[in-house]
Design a protein around this ligand. Structure first.
Ligand SMILES: Cc1cc2nc3c(=O)[nH]c(=O)nc-3n(C[C@H](O)[C@H](O)[C@H](O)COP(=O)(O)OP(=O)(O)OC[C@H]3O[C@@H](n4cnc5c(N)ncnc54)[C@H](O)[C@@H]3O)c2cc1C
Length: 304
């Protein structure tokens, strides 16, 4: 990298090492330690960071307690279906051959109430697949290089519970999800989509289904939450993830927070990273930054 940095992949952090209330590095799986010159920036959710990766006596009990009890994660995540298709889905409601309309996300729902119901049932631990609502994308419409000529790729996100009610302690990681159940759910989702695009079922060359439990394990996110913590009003802006740690900093010196669990939250905006980088750089060179601000203020005054 241009500035001499190095990116290491496949290095699972098992501990953020804290000494005298200062983050001094990380220990990864296998025991290797990396020492931090300037600080440690965490991009994982704050629950796992404070409750699992930092020694309990390094975090003030009040903060541990708040992280444990105040952060809400309403159990809703995604069952993901990826398909290779021999042809593009032809939606009966789309009265044109123009595929431009298939660029971007499609929401399948019978009504607004249906969407509400789909999300509410997932939160309550039920799989809303009796009448599935879903989001889907056909990325190969925009970028045909993603599939062999004339063929297509499709991915579907079906909102589903991480922990299935009544199936605690069974299936993968005790969530109740099994291979059989995820495939059964995917069958129901694809059947529903087939009602909107009747050529779909016969065009599926292959499919890969990832259950909420598998998605959570792959992303390393708490309860499979791809936003790290829920995007509810009480956990947004200066309240994200908690009021006392909402400024990308923590009470532990040189330990910074970024990612979906910080303002402005999940999705691919890049903003949590940018904001955290600014705070981090300001902390590294407070005098130089103050000088820069004064200079720019003087320049703008002189130019008036
Ligand atoms: C199926 C699906 C579809 C989505 N669609 C969209 C969309 O269309 N548009 C949109 O804007 N957003 C979408 N999102 C949400 C978006 O992907 C996330 O909000 C976003 O990726 C969060 O980025 P992040 O960098 O903060 O965290 P993450 O992407 O969760 O990155 C965290 C990283 O930390 C790594 N990690 C975890 N634990 C450790 C550890 N102990 N040590 C080392 N590394 C670790 C993980 O492997 C991961 O790479 C979608 C999410 C999913 C799951």
């Amino acid at each position: 990298m241009a500035k001499g940095g190095k990116i290491l992949t496949e290095q699972m952090v098992q501990e953020v090492i804290v000494e005298d209330n200062r983050a001094i590095g990380v220990r990864v799986a296998g025991g290797k330690e990396y020492r931090a010159n300037q600080g440690v920036i965490s991009n994982i959710d704050v629950r796992r960071l404070f409750l699992q990766l930092i020694a309990p006596d390094a975090v003030k009990p009040e903060l541990r307690d708040k992280v444990d009890r105040r952060i809400t994660n309403n159990n809703e995540t995604i069952l993901k279906i990826d398909c290779a298709l021999s042809e593009v889905p032809r939606f009966t409601a789309l009265e044109t051959e123009n595929q431009e309309h298939l660029i971007g996300t499609v929401l399948i729902a019978d009504s607004v109430a249906h969407v509400e119901q789909a999300h509410s049932l997932a939160t309550m631990g039920q799989i809303p697949d009796a009448n599935p609502s879903m989001y889907l994308d056909i990325p190969s419409v925009l970028d045909p290089t993603l599939a062999p000529e004339g063929k297509h790729t499709l991915w579907i996100e079906f909102f589903a519970p991480y922990q299935i009610a009544g199936k605690e302690g069974t299936g993968l990681d005790g969530t109740g999800w099994t291979d059989e159940l995820k495939n059964q759910t995917a069958d129901n989702v694809l059947k529903k989509l087939g009602e909107y695009a009747p050529n779909l079922q016969n065009s599926i060359i292959a499919r890969r289904v990832e259950s909420p439990a598998e998605l959570g394990a792959r992303l390393g996110s708490y309860k499979g939450n791809y936003y790290h913590l829920d995007m509810t009003l009480d956990q947004m802006i200066f309240l994200r993830p908690l009021p006392e740690i909402a400024n990308y900093t923590t009470p532990i010196k040189n330990l910074y927070l970024t990612g979906a669990g910080t303002h402005p939250g999940g999705s691919i905006s890049g903003m949590p990273g940018r904001n955290c980088a600014r705070v981090f750089l300001n902390r590294q060179q407070p005098l130089a930054k103050a000088q820069q601000s004064v200079n720019s203020m003087l320049r703008s005054l002189l130019n008036q």
